[in-house]
Write a protein that binds this ligand. Sequence first.
Ligand code: ADP
Length: 350
Amino acid sequence: MPTVTREQILDALRNIVDPDLHRDIVSLGFVKEVAVCDGAVKTVIELTTPACPVKDQMKAEAERLIAQLPGVSAVHVEMTAQVRGRSLDPEDILPEVKHVIAIASGKGGVGKSTVSVNLAVALAQSGARVGLLDADIYGPSLPKMMGCQGEHPLVESGQIIPIRRYGVSVMSIGFLLEEEQAAMWRGPIVAGTVRQLFVDVRWGALDYLLVDLPPGTGDAPMTTAQLVPLTGVVIVMTPQAVAASIAGKSVALFRRLNAPILGVVENMAEFVCPCCGTRTAIFPGPGARAFAERLHVPFLGSVPLDPAVSVASDAGQPAVIAAPDSAQAQAFREIAGKLAAQVSVASMAG
Ligand code: ADP
């Protein structure tokens, strides 16, 4: 019986190409361990995110490729993940946060907060360490959407401890102020408050900190992009032409601020009939996919409109929690995977 060598196993694994990074997993350094004992092979493949959309496919492919080698009697492939971050400089204002991702929209009401909440929970469900910062100073809706309205965060040694909900660390100005109190704030106070939400909160070690920005191109997006090194920005839009032209302004702003656009999420483009599953387009127009193509940014996916899920969400249960089998939850999980993949691409490039 021939014995299989480590080199043969690595050569076989070179056939697996990461679809986002366009290189094989061996040269990317993903293969962390190869052990052979009496024909039994164990290997550990470490991905750049636990939310990798092709994790299961890669595992199956690795098992198949190794099993085909002569002399192999058993195969065990373990998939792990280590999110690779920007260089964690102790001078950085968030030294333990690997990626800060802003969620932006040109205008209000397109579902930016709904998307932020569901992506945060979906990433946490995949095994990542996730924080969610509500920088929507004028209309903080995350406490309500995350089901922690009225809670008051503890303060320890001068630092605010985020509220934990659905596996996510949440911080919002809404925990600290009475409703409407911030509505009259002017630019410098907004900027100072956004800064506090980053600096005075004990975020701890995170793979992804998602920042729900206020709509538009005002002070909070500017402050955020200037204050923290953003891995990138997700733009949420509905498919109407007017939403597209306003979303275009957000893309232009973040490009000017040197923040990469990680992708576009389309929301409420379609209605999925709860009885028969038929999909009906709601708005006329070319949609967000065409917008993304025109601006050369990735299209991350489309979230259908679902009134039932919206009711649960406004009552504090995000779709991925309240209705994990719904078309909407499915879309959010896919988008979270694609986003995590884009983050990996951005950090490998940087
Ligand atoms: P924004 O943050 O852009 O202002 P929100 O996330 O607060 O928007 O969403 C506005 C309203 O639309 C909320 O009531 C929310 O529940 C609802 N909504 C958002 N996305 C969807 C969707 N895909 N299906 C049904 N309702 C949605």
